[in-house]
Design a protein around this ligand. Structure first.
Ligand code: PEP
Length: 266
């Protein structure tokens, strides 16, 4: 089977660091990652790479990326739906844009479950991200219970529909399908399962934002992605990259995921 090469969708490998690496560790990590990929002649135009450090690291990462002209994108792991005001502890999309963040993760399952984020809050954050010229990386995915009760696509499809409530067809967005049961469990979905849901999600994009946006929007798979299983996901026609948690904290492993087409001879 041929690897997924859609000229309209540059594959994206995104590393969600979660609450790991302080700003000093972030500087060392990003430097090493960039050197490692440069040494391996990684073509950043062929496979885009983005990291999502904690908020407190963003200024350091921005300074390093800008000073050394590193071909890495970066973004935040969450943002407020509000622009400014009395919202203690919140971070505005305007601040992230000022830090040259390109992306922001919205609706990660850990925010939905541990912080009770509703579909409405996710939608408000997505709208705010677009307003601040940030590309929202919208996470959707079903729990093990959802899977048993509703099958794989129903919940992610409903979550994406809700998240797009305030989005117009001019918006640049990325969608990540992350089955909750696969995150951090070591048990990834099968490439077939990921493709089935990614195709359903692309159907939602077509319905809500039109064919053009659906054709150019990247849909990532996330959940226990490793260098050993990424290639099979990337062979699927509707999977355009990966959102990687644990393995994004290991430079060799993350580089192996980014260079998926080399180490498996695709
Ligand atoms: C995630 O949390 O977005 C994720 C995909 O984690 P992991 O790769 O560790 O399963």
């Amino acid at each position: 089977m041929a690897v997924n090469i859609n000229p309209r969708r540059t594959p994206l490998i995104a590393g969600n660091w979660k609450m790991n690496l302080d700003h000093l560790q972030a500087i060392a990590f990003v430097q090493k990652l960039a050197w490692n990929l440069k040494d391996a002649n990684h073509d950043f135009a062929a496979v885009e790479v983005a990291v999502f450090p904690p908020f407190t690291d963003l200024r350091s990462v921005q300074t390093l990326v800008s000073a050394d002209k590193l071909p890495l994108a970066f973004g935040a792991q969450d943002m407020s739906a509000r622009d400014s005001g009395a919202y203690t502890g919140e971070i505005s999309g305007a601040f992230l844009a000022q830090l040259e963040c390109q992306y922001v993760i919205i609706g990660h399952s850990e925010r939905r479950t541990l912080h009770n984020e509703s579909d409405e809050q996710v939608a408000a954050k997505v709208t705010a991200a677009v307003k601040h010229n940030l590309v929202p990386l919208i996470c959707v995915g079903e729990s093990a219970e959802d899977l048993a009760t509703h099958g794989p696509s129903a919940v992610p499809v409903a979550q994406l529909r809700a998240a797009l409530a305030g989005v117009t067809n001019a918006a640049d967005i990325v969608v990540a399908y992350e089955p909750v049961w696969a995150i951090g469990s070591g048990q990834a979905a099968t490439p077939d399962q990921a493709e089935q849901v990614a195709a359903a999600l692309r159907g939602v994009l077509t319905e809500t934002l039109g064919q053009d946006v659906a054709d150019k929007t990247r849909i990532l798979y996330g959940g226990s992605v490793k260098s050993g299983n990424i290639a099979a996901f990337m062979r699927e026609p509707n999977v355009d990259g990966a959102l990687v948690g644990g393995a994004s904290l290991d430079i060799v492993e993350f580089s192996g995921i980014i260079r998926y087409h080399k180490h498996v001879g695709l």
